[in-house]
Design a protein around this ligand. Structure first.
Ligand code: ATP
Length: 237
């Protein structure tokens, strides 16, 4: 834990509250960033790590190399307080498992830290298919963010995984370091997806106000989502 965070947490006599929002971020958009800001506020987090996956295990190869997606994320976050573009998964070989990332964060922030893995409803619906899903709860809380257009019922396997973990509010969740589940509906739900943005960029349509201007500029200047832009190796990109 950094000295600044330790001081902040110590002065309030509470354990640090750390969030992780993993994703492909291909590219990062305002749905991600506004959710991150509102989650940071709703859970009174000290820091939210936004972590691009080089190759998410359950989906096809991202269109743009991980290094470039991280650079877009850094541009999108800019100086937003509390949000941190975290490139730790880029140096990993093989698939990037969230449980491994949470284990690293747990080791860094200590056993008392309130550690939260945030994810959208669409990603949560597939949680039972993830690598070692029980391990996620052993390491952290899970917070599910409502996303317009996605309201799948929990599958039987997901219900089994959730068991009695669900709590009703952030303060109950924050009474323990991990192991709980909270569903939140944040104020500015945004029906923005990276799939739609990639499609728009490939067809020469406007993406204005769907992603930060700095991200739009960088993506356009670097011609990252042009129809001819072939995906290249994530770790060398
Ligand atoms: P794609 O369309 O390529 O699947 P995406 O827009 O869903 O991309 P990801 O990088 O896959 O973006 O998402 C990372 C995390 O952010 C996931 O947990 C996802 O559910 C969540 N998320 C993405 N967009 C939103 C949004 N508009 N509102 C809330 N959560 C979101």
């Amino acid at each position: 834990m950094s000295a600044g965070l330790r001081d902040a947490a110590a002065s309030e006599r509470r354990a640090p509250r750390i969030g992780m929002l993993g994703g492909t971020f291909d590219p990062v958009h305002l749905g991600h960033l506004r959710s991150a800001v509102e989650l940071h506020e709703a859970l009174a987090l000290d820091r939210l790590h936004m972590i691009p996956a080089p190759q998410p295990p359950l989906r096809g190869r991202p269109q743009v190399p991980a290094k470039a997606r991280l650079a877009l994320l850094e541009a999108g976050i800019g100086d937003t307080p509390g949000l941190y573009a975290d490139g730790r998964e880029l140096s990993r070989t093989g698939p990037s498992y969230s449980a491994d990332t949470l284990a690293e964060l747990r080791a860094e922030y200590g056993p008392e830290a309130r550690l939260v893995m945030a994810l959208g409803q669409d990603a949560f619906a597939r949680l039972a298919d993830w690598h070692a899903p029980e391990r996620l709860f052993a390491l952290a809380h899970i917070v599910v963010v409502a996303r317009p257009g996605y309201a799948p019922a929990d599958s039987p396997r997901l219900r089994e995984l959730i068991g009695t973990r669900e709590v009703a509010d952030p303060e109950t969740l924050m009474q323990s370091p991990g192991g709980g589940l909270l569903r939140v509906t944040l104020p500015s739900r945004m029906a923005i997806s990276a799939t739609d943005i990639r499609h728009r960029l490939q067809h020469g349509q406007s993406v204005r106000y769907l992603l930060p201007e700095a991200v739009e500029r960088a993506a356009v200047i670097r011609r990252l989502y042009q129809p001819s832009a072939a995906p290249s190796d994530d770790r060398t990109g």
